[in-house]
Design a protein around this ligand. Sequence first.
Ligand SMILES: *Cc1c(COP(=O)(O)O)cnc(C)c1O
Length: 400
Amino acid sequence: MDPQYYIGLEEKFGAHNYKPLDVVLHRGQGVWVWDVEGKKYMDCLSAYSAINQGHCHPKIMNAMIEQSQKLTLTSRAFRNDQLGLLYQEICVLTNSHKVLPMNSGAEAVETVIKAVRKWGYKVKGVAKDRAEIIVCENNFHGRTITIVGFSTDEHSRDGFGPFTPGFKIIPFGDTSALESAITPDTVAFMVEPIQGEAGVIIPPPGYLKKAKSICEKNNVVLILDEIQTGLGRTGKLLAEQHDGIEADLTLIGKALSGGFYPISAVLSNKEVMDVLRPGEHGSTFGGNPLACAVARTALKVLIEENMIENAAVMGEYFLSKLAQIKNSYIKEVRGKGLMLAVEFIPGIGGARQYCEALMAQGLLCKETHENIIRFAPPLVITKQEIDWAMERIEKVLTIK
Ligand SMILES: *Cc1c(COP(=O)(O)O)cnc(C)c1O
């Protein structure tokens, strides 16, 4: 079928809240996807890291089929035989005490905001409606009104006010800014271990460790948004492990289902979660047995098939190859695990042109901001596949 046909339908009937590359995908397997004309591409975005396990992983697919033939949704008015097992498996894997399941990443963020505010009033003793949460410049935590309200990206905010009060914004990677921003009303500090949407921004070494000790000292809850960095992407199960810490609250989503089904979760180490009582928070689909069965298998294959170690080893290899590209317009090549980026100096027409040229060569990537290309293939990628990608990347990015 002609891709223009599908593109036309999207343009005519769909809201224009995205600007996708004009490739119409039809099928996927592992790191590969095929368009409606049968052309094959390597996926170097992985749906913003929701496809860590590779497209259409057969074991996750089986779990999805099997569970959907038994039971899909009960609502939380009743219990189901998958939810408790998922809780237990996540807690054992991540050393957490409590889990709260939601659907999208943004919902997990909203959940955690509610939980830490309530904790602030009930446990810390903050006066009514005074709770303050500290976040970072250039954060990305999702798209709800509250979340875009504390974004510093004008595109995300413009025209959507009024916003939710109670947030304070500090520079990313700056622990003295954190220290001085904390007041007696501060209930939490929420941060991404590596800022993904901002363009794979890596904080100074030891940043999270220092942040953790500042939070501890001030009775402030440390929330790590690992929706993108978590579940193997950076070469560890959770990116916090690079700093040898455990956050009080951790958000995961995206790859939690390997791309099959929306599921996110708030993981709690401290008993912050205990402040939420029946009726105070919930979601019709949150914790449904289909999502739970899919997530259980998605976590299982991540571990059993050594995808996390592979991300560490292949990430290092990919990064070293990217660093060898000869192009004087490249400002920096950086990354951790398979969360990689090439940043160009401003004013050379942007990264989008490179993404379009790479697409023509069979490689799907997406620019982030004007001047950054992110490379984040599924964690199942092999050395041969990276060599295949590098041949194309070198051809497109090399400027003598
Ligand atoms: C994608 C993302 C979110 C939002 O997740 P959605 O499922 O799109 O709502 C939140 N935080 C981070 C760090 C993300 O990368």
